[in-house]
Design a protein around this ligand. Structure first.
Ligand code: CA
Length: 294
């Protein structure tokens, strides 16, 4: 079954990424990694707030109503949304120069997980870290080229993760209490002609929605990798997705313009925008960072 989505915000982002729905404020937080911006979109008013970060920002998650934690080129930062003021928290890779943070998300216990990547997307120099609730950092795993697509199953027993250049969606056994991940297995390798798996989310039925970079779509698969549905997106570089809206029944989709030839951009004039579809299933609540305000 093929379905289409609608444009909700023509943001013309370079690399829109990391959408997350904040339940208390009913707003969508997203970033433009290469545009060095954090955005917060209010679907009710269509107003989009923008905060400049001054460095590449891989992901941002809500901490309090007016404050986020961002995983950036130089580590984790606390950023106030009213004035954009920043406090550096911790940099897990102070001596690595070729990496930056990429995708990140909070787990159901409120730890902030974020992975790094080789900025040239060639070497497996990336690692996956957690910013713990006490502000310390733990390295969870390494040997990643482009860390992407974190999601947790509704029963909180499984964590999903993507390493994009290998085109692989992985599942880990996940322990909610300790944040430990073990027993990695392959869920699905995306066929070459469909592009690269990028961001991902889970719905309340435990199915995965995977954004396909250069694939013009988001696919829904089950935990064994079986394809169930696909949503066509009028942009080639589909980067990520998350559920939002009052009933959490709207799938928000981010896209990118980076690296697309001008000629090809004419065929996808809304690339870099935010899209949405009501797929008839609900998502899980997005978890905020649960750190004490330190
Ligand atoms: Ca990504």
């Amino acid at each position: 079954m093929e379905e289409n989505c609608e444009l909700v915000y023509d943001g013309k982002a370079i690399l829109a990424e990391g959408p997350s729905w904040d339940e208390p404020t009913q707003k969508l937080l997203w970033v433009d990694i290469l545009g060095e911006k954090i955005h917060r979109f209010d679907p009710k008013t269509k107003h989009n707030e923008t905060i400049k970060t001054g460095q590449k920002v891989g992901a941002a998650v809500t901490w309090t109503d007016n404050c986020v934690v961002a995983a950036m080129e130089h580590g984790f930062y606390k950023i106030q949304l009213e004035d954009g003021s920043q406090t550096a928290l911790v940099d897990p890779e102070p001596t690595v120069t070729g990496n930056r943070f990429n995708d990140g998300k909070c787990d159901p216990a409120g730890r902030f997980w974020a992975g790094t990547m080789d900025m040239e997307e060639k070497q497996p120099t990336g690692s996956l870290y957690t910013l713990e609730r006490d502000g310390t950092v733990t390295r969870k795993t390494g040997e990643i080229t482009v860390s992407n697509g974190l999601a947790w199953s509704p029963d909180q027993q499984t964590m999903y993760h993507i390493d994009s250049p290998t085109r692989t969606v992985y599942a880990w056994a996940y322990d909610l209490d300790t944040g430990k991940i073990t027993h990695r297995r392959v869920v699905k390798v995306i066929p070459e002609e469909e592009g690269f798996p990028d961001g991902m989310t889970v719905d309340s039925e435990g199915m995965l929605w995977v954004a396909l970079w250069d694939g013009w779509k988001v696919i829904r698969i089950d935990p064994s990798g079986r394809r169930l549905r696909e949503v066509k997106v009028p942009a080639a570089r589909v980067t990520s997705c998350c559920f939002g809206g009052k009933e959490r029944d709207e799938l928000y989709i981010t896209t990118a313009t980076v690296g697309i030839e001008e000629e090809s951009l004419k065929e996808q004039p809304n690339a870099g925008g935010l899209f949405r579809i009501k797929p008839g299933v609900q998502g899980l609540p997005t978890d905020r960072y649960n750190g004490g305000i330190y």
